[in-house]
Design a protein around this ligand. Structure first.
Ligand code: SAH
Length: 412
């Protein structure tokens, strides 16, 4: 694909979004197509006056009809150009490697590569190729990723539903190198985790919570210094134990972790053992770890009935709202768990409360949590805001990319 012969012409007045550097062209904005571009082909997007606006990848079957590569007409968008974007994305993350050997290397739109996600787990790359434009350049992108990262193993975890919407065939499994082992071992801020890249959520691990796991560990350490004892921690929606083990390693006395997935809990327990935090035949565990397979909504109520209280509570639920229509119902669910959690918080205790629903903006999330604070009668300071780390950058012109938000509350 060297020069684009095809163009997308926009309807009058629909130029504004591209001029504001928002990278998506919706089908409803397109007046017509000049030429016969295939799925994923390079097209020039032009205004109603035929003025050049952007180079983009064409997705004829998708509501997002084109995703922009570049706003400069002089750019020659080809495999070499895309490879440079990959190299820049990997370079942008260079400071992360002192704390971990697992991080996101490419985050779609934020790295100028819409539809491509690439996560590194030690020496293995796990990719998601979910838009026609990046699919059309798959081999060049993989070559560039391997060259920039030094990894030779690539595993595909593309979402089948998203690929179907883009008119792409199913894909998945080994793309480069040998088949990955059952689990890949990573180390993040001195905690080891086994990651199931074949079957785990997302690409295997919630890399986006790295900074918040560290924030929790730091606060747990500070707690131990001030109080001379380890705190009691409740980790709701614990998945494979991310926050639980970060807290345990930092000196928590007791961690209760709740998740509805037995598989996730089994790996969480393996991860505890990996870090010498589980009981072995010869010696007792250095910390009390309880893994509860159940529904968080129910478990929070049960803990209250039992008169329990905690110095730290983490609420990191799955996405309650996947679109605008679900916002109201999701808001009630967020309020419910936050209310129940606040009632379990010891005086001086901290609540780390998250939402990864893109449809719920940070202001709304804060209002929901404030509502829970008022109804619970548990007065709190807002001690900080939490979010994804530097490997999940946000384009200021594409706020949809910022899906994860967190509030750090401290009970008065
Ligand atoms: N905090 C985790 C990621 C949480 S992902 C980390 O840092 O790794 C959300 C988790 O919530 C998933 O593991 C899913 O199994 C679990 N889950 C979803 N609905 C649930 C419910 N109602 N009760 C308990 N767990 C639930």
């Amino acid at each position: 694909m060297k020069t684009a012969s095809a163009s997308l012409l926009l309807k009058p007045g629909k130029e504004r979004s591209l001029q504001r550097r928002h990278p998506w062209v919706y089908a409803s904005a397109v007046a017509g197509v000049v030429g016969d571009p295939g799925n994923g082909a390079l097209v020039a997007v032009r205004g109603s006056d035929r003025r050049f606006l952007a180079w983009a990848a064409y997705s004829p079957g998708s509501v997002i009809r084109a995703r922009c590569w570049s706003y400069a007409e002089s750019d020659v968008v080809d495999g070499r150009w895309l490879a440079l974007r990959v190299a820049a994305a990997v370079q942008r993350r260079r400071e992360l490697w002192s704390g971990t050997n697992a991080a996101r290397l490419v985050f779609g739109e934020a790295d100028g590569l819409p539809g491509l996600v690439a996560d590194r787990y030690d020496d293995t790359l796990v990719v998601q190729i979910q838009a026609a434009g990046v699919d059309a350049h798959r081999d060049e992108l993989l070559d560039a990723l391997c060259a920039a990262s030094g990894c030779a193993k690539v595993f595909d975890r593309s979402d089948a539903a998203l690929r179907t919407r883009e008119g792409l065939a199913d894909s998945g499994g080994v793309l480069r190198g040998p088949a990955p082992p059952e689990t890949v071992r990573i180390r993040e801020h001195e905690v080891d985790y086994a990651v199931d890249i074949r079957r785990g959520h997302k690409t295997g691990f919630y890399l986006d919570q790295r900074d918040s796991r560290l924030a929790l560990a730091r606060r747990v350490r500070a707690f131990v210094q001030v109080h001379g004892r380890g705190p009691r921690v409740l980790n709701c929606f614990c998945y494979t134990g991310g926050f639980s083990l970060a807290a345990a390693r930092a000196g928590a006395a007791e961690v209760i972790s709740v998740d509805s997935s037995a598989d996730a809990l089994a790996l969480a327990q393996r991860n505890a053992a990996l870090n010498g935090l589980a009981e072995t035949g010869a010696s007792p565990a250095p910390v009390r770890l309880d893994w509860v397979c159940g529904d968080v909504f129910e478990q929070l109520r049960l803990l209250r009935e039992r008169g329990q209280s905690f110095d730290f509570i983490v609420l990191d639920p799955p996405k309650f709202a996947t679109n605008q229509h679900q916002v109201e119902r999701a808001a009630r669910a967020y309020k419910d768990i936050n209310l129940s959690a606040l009632r379990l918080l010891a005086p001086g205790g901290s609540l780390l409360s998250f939402s990864c629903s893109g449809a719920i903006e940070v202001d709304l999330f804060q209002k929901i949590v404030a509502g829970a604070v008022i109804d619970s009668g548990v007065d709190c300071y807002l001690r900080g805001r939490l979010g994804a780390g530097a490997d999940h950058p946000t384009l200021v012109t594409h706020p949809e990319g910022e899906y994860l938000k967190g509030l750090l509350l401290e009970r008065m």
